[in-house]
Each structure stands twice: as structure tokens, then as C-alpha cells.
Design a protein around this ligand. Structure first.
Ligand SMILES: [Zn+2]
Length: 179
């Protein structure tokens, strides 16, 4: 039987079920992410978020929030860590990797994580913890539920027929890497 570890309970029954020994490693990797997050805030470097990517039991990339320091609204810790991991592993997919993040991913990061295809995601704080200090992403989830014409952000479709030429070209292209 599993121990009472929350980490194990979280993943029991999931595709990448944790083994008992993994739980101890997981805690250490999450502590590393938390330490990075604390350092990022103390140094005035950026938002209170950090992430690490682990492959075969070792950290292959670390990321901290750099939105304000690099003027990049996409520089969330998870995205920064995914980019770094892919650069280091020389791949565009993080198969077999685990991603540890100090807070439940926002919709953008969750999308990036799905595209990167790691095996598992571990998170520490939950979305409401981030909301309590001013980082509320609930409105994005609400927006996603609405139709295009009901969203706060206006979206207008244009030139579909002309743009379909790109897909037609892709379909014919023989030199392409599927992902
Ligand atoms: Zn994010």
C-alpha cells in the first residue's frame, strides 16, 4: 500500500503513477523550486514563481518568473523552465520529464506544458494562493468558457481562405518535422 503522502495520493491512478521511492525525490525537487522562487523575490528579480524540469532523476532546467525583468509577459517560470529544458536536452518535447512548479500553472503555462508533453506535473501552491497575492488567472478560465463574441478580448476572423494556403502547403511539404 502507498503511504499517506499527499504527493502519492495526488498521482495514484494517474497515468504516471508515483512509486514510493519517487516521493522522497519529488519533495527535494519541489524544495529546489521553492528555494528558487524565494530567491527570485528576495533579489527583486521577478514574480513569486519558480519551476524545475527533472529528467531521469536530475534537474535539467530551472526557471523563475522574468516577466517584469525581461519585459516578456510569457516569461512565466514554467515557460522559462520548459524553454531551458528543451535547449539543454536539444528536443522540442519533454517526454519522460517531470515538471515541478511552485504554483498550479496558469492557463498559458498549462497549454505550454501540454505542448511540451512532460510525463508528470507537480505543483505546490494552488491557484487561489496566487490570487490572494494579486495573481488571479480565474478570469482567463472564465473567458475560455465563453463564445468568441462574449469575451472581453475582441476577436475578429479575417481572410480564412487566403490563410488556408499555408496548411495546403504544409500538407504537400515533404521536409517537415511532425510534432
Ligand atoms: Zn503561467
Amino acid at each position: 500500500m502507498h503511504t499517506s503522502s499527499t504527493m502519492i495520493l495526488l498521482f495514484s491512478g494517474a497515468k504516471g503513477t508515483l512509486k514510493r521511492n519517487d516521493a522522497f525525490m519529488s519533495v527535494e525537487f519541489m524544495r529546489r523550486a521553492i528555494a528558487l522562487g524565494i530567491e527570485n523575490v528576495r533579489s527583486g528579480g521577478g514574480g513569486p514563481f519558480a519551476a524545475v524540469v527533472v529528467h531521469e532523476g536530475r534537474v535539467v532546467a530551472e526557471g523563475v518568473n522574468r516577466v517584469t525583468t525581461t519585459n516578456d509577459p510569457t516569461a512565466h517560470a514554467e515557460v522559462v523552465a520548459i524553454r531551458e529544458a528543451c535547449r539543454n536536452l536539444e528536443t522540442f518535447q519533454l517526454s519522460g520529464c517531470d515538471l515541478y512548479t511552485t504554483c498550479e500553472p496558469c492557463p498559458m503555462c498549462l497549454g505550454a506544458i501540454y505542448w511540451a508533453r512532460p510525463a508528470r506535473v507537480f505543483y505546490a501552491c494552488v491557484a487561489s494562493d496566487a490570487a490572494a497575492v494579486g495573481f488571479d488567472d480565474a478570469f482567463i478560465y472564465e473567458e475560455l468558457k465563453r463564445g468568441h463574441d462574449e469575451r472581453q478580448l475582441p476577436m475578429q476572423q479575417l481572410l480564412r481562405e487566403e490563410s488556408l494556403a499555408i496548411f495546403a502547403l504544409w500538407k504537400e511539404q515533404e521536409k517537415k518535422t511532425h510534432y
